[in-house]
Design a protein around this ligand. Structure first.
Ligand code: AHR
Length: 491
């Protein structure tokens, strides 16, 4: 299973960078100005990759503003979020942060106001060892070794009317193809992501993917999906089943990509980068950027405060990603700090875990090895948005090297517990390592800087094992992780 499924996203948006991961003068700041309290939480979260620098921000960003002596960097208007970008944090700071956080970078290039020339300039600056103008600038700026960034996003949400430099599918597909070809002249082994639709509800969904891939199929490796979920009309049962929509979205884009491949008689398969996903209350007022004369620096934007129910949904979305890990080979929860994020900070104050932190951290830590087929055979529940669906969703992983099998489950029924039998026929169980649950009670509770930590996984004492099965009870509206010691498993 690709460890890149547990990626995150850092955009120059609101307080994600400034007073999020970067705050010189903060009591925990290291000599680079990085908050050590945030770095510790990022490590605990188990994030494997981080996409940067946007998002909508990238579509009018000049990467070179953010490198070189800090006191000479220009302040610029950020047209995406109507903010003032001070450029105190840029590529070289990000790469130093990535190193300290022990994650791999995913870099996005600006195909909104810019194009192929700037993308290859950025690539030269980042990845060329030296002896050319831009690589030597990086070296002068303190980074002797090339960064070796492998995964690159060719623009962001280029179908969206909100995007600076929005394009038609064919225009964008040609630009992506041309940019990919140029970047591959430098390094044929780069992994390149073309923009898919901004979300499943876009009027051009489907035809966009088809037309972009018709232009760029041979030049790119992955296509992006973005999706944000929130309850509609307080419909909690449908919200808890958001993974159904994620499943359908992934299946649809896979089918479209494969149909383009089939028409081309290509043996190549396009993979999926689900490089923005999360719960996001988009209807909430703080999502609206400032306007008019006011161009604030790092204003609080998109600072959603998550409930226990949101944590259960995030656990369910991770189940969907794992289930599709044969095609979804990269994913990024959006975003990492303060902006629709599992980690929150107060400027000058503490950093703390939101409810959604917990299912992500546990899944990232324990979903290892191969993803197993899970045959779901049981009760169903009725939802307004998705019709009759399985009451319990589940996926399992098996780590040959440790003999650990982990089962992730969500009971999507709001009113009743689910009695579950996890049957591992064909394998032998040597015991239960751990069984923990999030949810079931206090679904509307949210965390604050002062605690308590509402969605902290609590032991689920109902799990009892026999030779080849485990019985357990899942509380209503809950996420559970069951870790087993197993032998004789055939993935
Ligand atoms: O993650 C917030 C924003 O959502 C991103 O900038 C954009 O890509 C998406 O629409």
């Amino acid at each position: 299973m690709p460890r890149r499924l547990f990626g995150s996203f850092v955009e120059h948006l609101g307080r994600c960078v400034y007073t999020g991961l970067y705050e010189p003068g903060h009591p925990t700041a290291d000599p680079d100005g990085f908050r050590r309290d945030v770095l510790a939480l990022v490590r605990e979260l188990g994030v494997t990759t981080v996409r940067y620098p946007g998002g909508n921000f990238v579509s009018s960003y000049r990467w070179e503003d953010g490198v070189g002596p800090v006191d000479q960097r220009p302040a610029r208007l950020d047209l995406a979020w109507h903010s003032l970008e001070t450029n105190q944090f840029g590529l070289d700071e990000f790469m130093r942060w990535v190193d300290k956080a022990d994650v791999d970078p995913i870099m996005a290039v600006n195909l909104g106001t810019r194009g192929t020339a700037d993308a290859v300039d950025l690539l030269e600056y980042a990845n060329h060892r030296g002896g050319s103008h831009l690589a030597d600038r990086r070296r002068d700026n303190g980074a002797a070794d090339p960064y070796g960034i492998k995964l690159w996003c060719l623009g962001n949400e280029m179908d969206g009317p909100w995007q600076v430099g929005q394009r038609s599918a064919t225009e964008y597909g040609r630009l992506a193809s041309q940019t990919a070809k140029a970047m591959r002249r430098f390094d044929p082994d780069l992994e390149l992501v073309a923009c898919g639709s901004s979300h499943l509800g876009m009027p051009t969904f489907g035809s966009w993917e088809r037309d972009v891939l018709t232009e760029a199929y041979d030049d790119v490796d992955l296509i992006s999906l973005h999706a944000y979920y929130q309850p509609v009309d307080d419909d909690l049962p449908s919200f808890l089943a958001s993974a159904e929509e994620m499943d359908r979205y992934i299946d649809a884009v896979t089918a479209i990509a494969d149909s383009v491949g089939a028409i081309r008689r290509s043996t190549k398969k396009i993979m999926i980068a689900f490089d923005e996903w999360n719960v996001w209350y988009q209807s909430a007022a703080p999502s609206t950027p400032p306007s008019g004369e006011d161009w604030p620096i790092a204003p609080p934007l998109l600072e959603d405060h998550y409930s226990v129910a949101d944590a259960v949904v995030v656990g369910g979305l991770l189940i969907s990603l794992l289930r599709h890990s044969d095609r979804v080979t990269a994913a990024c929860q959006a975003q990492l700090v303060n902006v629709i994020a599992p980690i929150m900070t107060e400027p000058g104050g503490p950093a703390w875990r939101q409810t959604i932190f917990h299912p992500f951290a546990r899944t990232a830590r324990h979903a290892r090895g191969a993803v197993l087929d899970v045959l779901r055979d049981g009760g169903t529940t009725s939802t307004d948005r998705f019709g009759e669906i399985d009451a319990v969703d589940a996926v399992s992983t098996w780590d040959d090297s440790t003999g650990e099998m982990t089962v992730f489950l969500v009971n999507r029924v709001v009113t009743t517990p689910a009695e579950v039998t996890v049957d591992v026929t064909g394998a032998r169980l040597a015991g239960i390592i751990e069984c923990v649950t999030v949810g079931g009670t206090d679904l509307h509770a949210k965390n604050t800087a002062d605690g308590p930590d509402h969605a902290e996984p609590r032991p689920n004492g109902t799990a009892h094992s026999a030779d080849t099965s485990v019985q357990l009870t899942l509380p209503p509206a809950s996420w559970t992780m069951l870790r087993l010691r197993a032998t004789d498993v055939t993935p």
